[in-house]
Design a protein around this ligand. Structure first.
Ligand code: DHB
Ligand code: FE
Length: 291
């Protein structure tokens, strides 16, 4: 059977991708950010998954404002890095897992979550920057990402966006789906986006260290309580783009303790750095312990 072994959480700032692609990762501004992910890259080499179910948000790249799915699952065999206005990032094509993705769609839709099936979907910085942070720089032609990826796009750009509670429940359904897939696969679930940031309006540049760190504490120790936090709290406390953090609750909802199937996960890595571009970078790795 397939099993979920860990969840990973990380911000996705586009300027981080640009810094890596343009060879600026050793510059004083960026060095502490990339250094913070070095132990995580080592952890990933030691805990290499077969498949990552990567929860992220599209930034009006694959989906324009003409069509906005709340939840879209990437069922294609491969996904191209999107052109976000400066050309596609020079990173390898993202290889999917159509069989597992189709199984998850079947299982989760039958549990009454209305997923959109995406058989073609370009992936923007929301997905490729977390991959770069966790895997390091990869040659776009000779290189390859070290595992398959099922992209799972969540609308956190255009209101109404799904609640944290809904995302948390979806993570629980995701665990049941993965565990009913009849092939031995090591699966990680990644929740991305956040932490506090606001890109527009009078509060542009807002960052809230205390709120972010309380969010990390609660994500680890009180995820069910955290899932009850309403949207307004995210927007007020973490800025208009801080709402991206609801996506982390999908990954946390997929852990064994939430299903009553094991003890709380172990914190393998915790990192916080302010700022990167306009964003507070937060990062966690939680190792799952199914009983
Ligand atoms: C920034 C952060 C984001 O999440 C994003 O999608 C675009 C820009 C930033 O901090 O610059
Ligand atoms: Fe974003």
């Amino acid at each position: 059977m397939a099993r979920i072994t860990a969840s990973v959480y990380t911000s996705h700032v586009p300027a981080i991708g640009a810094a890596l692609d343009l060879g600026k990762s050793a510059e004083p501004y960026w060095q502490p950010v990339f250094q913070g992910y070095e132990p995580s890259q080592q952890w990933l080499r030691e805990h290499r998954p077969d498949v990552v179910f990567l929860v992220y948000n599209d930034h009006a790249t694959a989906f324009s404002l003409e069509l906005i799915p709340t939840f879209a699952i990437g069922c294609a065999a491969e996904f191209q890095p999107a052109d976000e206005g400066w050309g596609p990032r020079p990173v390898p094509t993202v290889m999917g897992h159509p069989e597992l993705a189709a199984h998850i769609a079947q299982s989760v839709i039958q549990e009454d979550f209305d997923l959109t099936i995406a058989n073609r979907m370009d992936v923007d910085h929301g997905l490729t920057v977390p991959l770069s942070l966790m895997c390091g720089k990869q040659d776009p032609v000779q290189g390859a990402w070290p595992f398959r990826v099922i992209p799972f796009a969540v609308n956190v750009v255009q209101y109404p966006v799904p609640s944290g509670r809904r995302c948390f429940q979806l993570g629980q359904a995701l665990r049941r789906a993965v565990e009913s897939f009849d092939e031995d696969l090591n699966v990680q679930v990644w929740g991305t986006g956040g932490m506090s940031h606001q890109l527009q309006g009078p509060r542009a540049g807002l960052i809230n260290r205390a709120w972010d760190n309380a969010f990390l504490d609660r994500l680890i120790a009180d995820p069910a309580g955290l899932a009850q936090v309403p949207h307004l709290d995210y927007v007020r406390e973490a800025g208009s783009e801080g709402i991206e953090l609801v996506m982390w609750l999908i990954a946390r909802g997929a852990m064994a303790d939430v299903a009553g199937a094991g003890p709380a996960p172990t914190v393998a890595r915790r990192f916080y750095h302010v700022p990167a571009s306009n964003t507070a970078v937060g990062h966690l790795i939680l190792e799952d312990h199914a009983g």
